[in-house]
Structures are given as C-alpha cells and as structure tokens.
Design a protein around this ligand. Structure first.
Ligand SMILES: Cc1ncc(C[n+]2csc(CCOP(=O)(O)OP(=O)(O)O)c2C)c(N)n1
Ligand code: SF4
Ligand SMILES: [Mg+2]
Length: 368
C-alpha cells in the first residue's frame, strides 16, 4: 500500500487546511472520514433510541443531544440499556400518551427524582445479577441542577452504577421558560425580566452542576455541546466503559426559550464554547484531565446577539456594562480552565480554582 493510500481522508484534508466539524450524518461529512472515525449516527446499522413522531420544536438542541447521547450509550451497552427520564421537555415531547418515540426501556420519573429512580434500577439489576444491562438517568437543567440535585448527589455519593446526563438549556423550558439555577447572568426568562438597572438574570447566583459533580470525585465528569457531536459520542463511549457514577453535562440550545433561529442551534452551541462561556472539559476521579481548546476566541457579543433573550443588552443604546461583565466571565473561564492552546487549568487542584486575589475583579461570573 502506498504512503498516500495509508492516510485517512481526514489527515489529507487537514494538510490541505480544511476541517470538517459536522461529520455526523450519512451525507457529506460522514463520508469524508475513515470508517473508524465516523460517528454512531453515520453507521447504517446504528442503534436508534429516539425515533420519529416526537414533538420537539424545530432546531431543538435537546432532541438532537439526546438522540446522539443515547444512541452512543446503546451501542456501548450492546443494546441493553434502560433510561430513567425526569419530567421536562425531553420527556414531554417524546412520550405524548399513548405514544412514545423511545426504542429502549424508558421510564418517566418525577421532576425531582430521575437519579434516584435510575439508582433503584441499577440496584435491582445488581440484585438480579444482570450486570450486562446498563442504566442512564437523564433530565433538564431544572430537574438536575435545581430540584433533583439532592437525588443526584446521593447517586454520586453511594457510587451507584449510573450514567446521568443533564440536558442544559438554561431554563425551565417545558413550563414556559422560567429561570433555573443554570440560567446565565443577564439572560431574560419569564421570571427574569429585562427591566431596571440589572436586566435579566442576576449576576452571582446559580450554580455549576459539573463542578459540583467534580467535587464528589466520581469516576467520570464531562461537559459537551451539540456543536461537537463526535466529542459527545466519544465522551458517552468513555463513560460507558466505566462502572460507578458518571455525569455528563450537555449544552443544548433551545430556539424557543433562547429566541434563536432553529437553523442556528449548532452555531450557537459552538459560539458558547468558542467564546469561553461554556468550558468543555473531561475529568477523571475528581481531576480535570482534558479540555477542548478554543480554536479562535469569539467575543461574547457574537454569541449573545443571536439570541433574543439578550436583546435588551443591544437595544436603546445597549448595555455595554453588562456585556463587559459577561465577557469577563468568559475570560475568567478561559484562564481558569486553560481553554487556549498552550495553557493549562489554573491549578492542579480539584476545581482549578483561581488563587486568592486572582481575578477578583471578576466576582459574580458563572462557570458552566
Ligand atoms: C414537583 C414538581 N414541580 C414542578 C413541576 C412542573 N414542571 C415540570 S417540567 C418543569 C421544568 C423542567 O425544566 P428542565 O428540567 O430544565 O427541563 P426542560 O423542560 O427545560 O428541558 C417544571 C417546573 C413538576 N412536574 N413537579
Ligand atoms: S421548548 Fe426548547 S427544549 Fe423544549 S422542545 Fe422546544 S426547543 Fe426543545
Ligand atoms: Mg431546562
């Protein structure tokens, strides 16, 4: 075989200065990669967890993310996978009674207790000696970061054998776009109106579920976005190789709640990562072990201006002060997580936290 024939199409195109970011489908991108580099979705015999008939909005990042994540988990589990799903958009749009779009054993828990239900399933399987069957728990940011957090922490702490996936669309979308603890500062929701001196969601509130998961020192924690579907599938595959509690926090833009174009879901997810507002990383046993580097740092305004939930920052002369604070939050993440080429997370400690006094002018910024 000649040296040229030995090389993958991807390697050749990289040498030509071209990179293909979307390689998940049968069309175009999938065919440009070598067989082993293609995504689960590009395989004609791929598993299919979430199929036709669901009622998600056009461009729904949650529907896309769930399909990719669960198809990858199904493949890793050899088709033997059970999912527990919290109340929320994903549950509602996929299972309007008496129909269901799920092609795997799937149970709707309450809003608060998907991690506990998943733990119970894992315990029952262990009692039956069925370690070949794997378990996924999943829910939105409200179900995970707010009302389900105690159940999730218990699942981590008991070391239950569950992969939990949070689909973070940064608000309670199913019930009409109310604020959650994952709603970013400055964003408008039905309960954080763009009025007064501090329009939109407050700065300095909320919480980072990935960092909370990391603090439990569980075997696997990762963040991902629907802009990098290869990365998402690879992370699910790695998580499925591990036993014990695992946590995946997936950013899934919501055109309805974010006021974005359905056709820009992937672009917006990419800008969230490329601006530094949403750090993409992977952690093993409580230590960050890999971060997805930013290719070209994008000013946060490029991300914000595509979403009507931030329209008040650009109207009537604009709110440069708020945009500056959001830019500072992104810059802080870039330093803290070592998101640029050649840099590393700030400290080798658990959270990569800034040293005392460092970046203290950026207080109130929020991590992912
Ligand atoms: C105890 C309880 N409180 C409130 C509700 C109503 N409720 C159902 S889904 C939901 C919001 C879901 O938000 P999130 O978890 O972020 O999922 P999303 O719809 O955004 O995907 C709420 C408030 C409920 N079902 N149970
Ligand atoms: S409201 Fe948002 S999360 Fe819910 S189905 Fe529509 S796009 Fe998806
Ligand atoms: Mg939500």
């Amino acid at each position: 075989m000649s040296a040229a024939a030995d090389r993958s199409p991807q390697a050749e195109r990289r040498d030509e200065g071209l990179r293909f970011y979307q390689t998940g489908t049968f069309a175009v991108g999938g065919r440009l990669l070598a067989e082993h580099q293609r995504t689960v979705q590009s395989q004609p015999r791929r598993p299919s967890s979430l199929t036709k008939g669901h009622r998600a909005c056009q461009g729904c990042g949650e529907a896309l993310g769930a399909r990719y994540a669960l198809d990858a988990a199904l493949r890793a589990a050899g088709g033997r996978l059970i999912a527990a799903n919290a109340t929320g958009c994903l549950e509602v749009f996929s299972s309007p009674y008496p129909e269901s779009s799920w092609q795997l054993p799937w149970i709707h828990s309450l809003f608060a207790n998907a991690p506990a239900v998943a733990s119970g399933i894992a315990a029952a399987l262990r009692a039956k000696g069925r370690e070949d069957v794997r378990v996924v728990g999943q829910g939105g940011d409200g179900g995970t970061v707010d009302i389900g957090l105690a159940c999730l922490s218990g699942m981590f702490e008991r070391h239950d054998d569950v992969l939990y996936i949070c689909y973070d669309n940064q608000a309670y979308m199913n019930t009409g776009v109310q604020r959650s603890a994952a709603t970013p500062p400055g964003a408008r929701t039905a309960t954080t109106e763009p009025l007064g001196g501090h329009p939109g969601n407050d700065f300095g509130q909320g919480k980072s579920a990935p960092l909370i998961a990391l603090a439990h020192e569980i075997p696997y924690v990762a963040t991902a976005t629907v802009a990098e579907l290869h990365d998402l599938e690879a992370k699910v595959a790695r998580a499925m190789e591990i036993r014990g509690p695992r946590y995946l926090h997936l950013l899934v833009p919501c055109p309805l709640g974010w006021g974005s174009e359905p056709s820009e879901t992937i672009l917006i997810a990419r800008l969230a990562k490329e601006s530094g507002l949403f750090p993409v990383f992977e952690a093993i046993d409580g230590a960050i072990h890999a971060v997805a580097k930013i290719r070209r740092q994008v000013p946060v305004r490029e991300y914000l201006r595509r979403q009507r939930r931030y329209a008040h920052l650009f109207a009537d002369g604009g709110r440069e002060d708020v945009i500056d604070r959001l830019q500072a939050a992104a810059d802080r993440n870039i330093v803290r997580f070592g998101l640029l080429e050649g840099s590393a997370p700030l400290a080798g400690d658990l959270l990569g936290a800034p040293a005392p006094g460092e970046l203290d002018d950026l207080s109130g910024a929020q991590a992912p």
